[in-house]
Design a protein around this ligand. Structure first.
Ligand code: SF4
Ligand code: SF4
Length: 397
């Protein structure tokens, strides 16, 4: 008798369908969604996008231009994920849906240009230096970003053998030179040495969130090698944090620099002093800081320790500024509509400074106001009075 054929291998469930099937369609995410809040239609809600992506995956409906636009409009803020009682991993579902969308249709030219630029630091710095020169003469639609500081356009990076390393980012690298200098100076005064590995590159989140998993994986491999000597990696941009953590995949402890600083402040107790600051400032809490990194409590504690400081949190319009990666350049009108309530609240508050912990949000907000916009740590590290003698024996995060 011929041997019986082996049973067919069980079919793997479609990962997108498996993610979508966790949704029980309760609708509790709708009030948290900025695009639903604006449009008030189901297809601009998380539940509507989940149903649409699943219907495309199982073939019950064909993709249309209108359907693709609903997926394009998602800001990737993940406010829906943070309130979902069924544990739907919306961020993961969005990445898979956008990967399939990219197979159906080429991304816009702005997305392709930026994906090609951000992992070439020299070219990016050269173009930003040119932008800085010509910006005053450009029409307003080409002035979507503030001018980068001249100090940020020089190459940075230090190959010390410190076990604590700083992730610099891509666009953030030229814009955040002052922040990094202040932070490293502050940590040095606390007796903590920080390395900035020169070989590091873009985190790849801009690529991953637009469905370009191949480029994101290549950048992840690159960063894993660049940070091979570190056991702790500090991130400054809340939008980069998750991608950096996924790249290092447990090889180093990845921690938001805000949380790291707060741990150091707590460890030193009264040995560390804050300078008084009689100022009213506004605080923007980026969606990625609230929903992904979750360093908001640490930041609030740090700010509340500064004597004399008044902090107004900007919460209008569900707090999302609309930057959403490349969307602030690709769809500036929509991005400005989300930003407008926050800027109105900022200007009504009388605040003289605006703090926000994500580079994309900061660039987008700064382009719409004359109020100084900074990373919270650029502001806070200037107020810490530390001496080397205040360093504890261990500096781990
Ligand atoms: S809250 Fe979660 S389960 Fe409910 S509709 Fe939204 S995604 Fe689905
Ligand atoms: S990620 Fe943000 S914009 Fe997108 S569906 Fe969820 S809440 Fe709405």
């Amino acid at each position: 008798m011929p041997a019986a054929a082996p049973p067919p291998a069980p079919r793997q469930p479609d990962p997108l369908v498996a993610l979508a099937d966790r949704c029980v369609q309760c609708g509790l995410c709708l009030p948290a969604c900025p695009t639903y809040g604006q449009a008030r239609i189901e297809s601009e809600s998380p539940r509507g996008r989940i149903a649409l992506a699943k219907a495309w995956a199982v073939g019950t409906i064909e993709p249309t231009a209108a359907g693709e636009a609903h997926l394009d409009h998602c800001l990737g803020c993940r406010s829906c994920e943070s309130v979902c009682p069924a544990g739907v991993q919306y961020g993961q579902l969005l990445t898979v849906a956008r990967t399939r969308q990219r197979q159906r249709r080429l991304p816009g030219w702005q997305q392709r240009c930026i994906e090609g630029l951000v992992h070439r630091p020299r070219l990016l710095a050269g173009l930003l230096a040119l932008y800085r020169q010509v910006r005053p003469w450009l029409p307003s639609r080409w002035r979507r970003l503030p001018a980068p500081p001249a100090s940020g356009l020089r190459a940075t990076g230090s190959q010390t053998d410190a076990r604590i390393a700083l992730f610099n980012g891509c666009v953030a690298r030229p814009y955040e030179a002052g922040l990094r200098e202040g932070l490293i100076g502050c940590f040095t005064a606390l007796g903590i040495e920080i390395a900035e590995p020169a070989a590091q590159n873009c985190c790849g989140s801009l690529h991953a969130h637009a469905g370009n998993g191949e480029a994101a994986s290549a950048l992840a491999r690159h960063n894993r090698d660049a940070f091979a000597g570190a056991d702790t990696v500090l991130t400054l941009a809340s939008g980069c944090h998750e991608s950096v953590a996924q790249s290092l995949d447990g090889a180093a402890h990845v921690i938001d620099a805000i949380e790291f600083l707060e741990a150091q402040v707590r460890a030193r107790g009264t040995a560390l002093q804050w300078r008084r600051c009689d100022e009213r400032i506004a605080l923007h809490l980026p969606c990625t800081q609230r929903n992904v990194v979750r360093s908001v409590a640490s930041l609030r504690r740090l700010l509340s320790a500064v004597p004399g400081l008044q902090v107004i949190e900007l919460d209008r319009g569900l707090g999302c500024c609309g930057a959403a990666g490349v969307q602030m350049l690709a769809d500036p009108q929509r991005a400005d509509e989300f930003r407008a309530p926050l800027l109105a609240q900022l200007h009504e508050s009388g605040a003289t400074r605006l703090l926000s912990a994500n580079i994309g949000c900061r660039l987008h907000l700064a382009a719409g106001t004359s109020v100084m916009v900074q990373h919270p740590l650029e502001f806070l590290t200037g107020l810490i009075e530390a001496t080397p003698s205040s360093a504890p024996s261990s500096a781990s995060g």
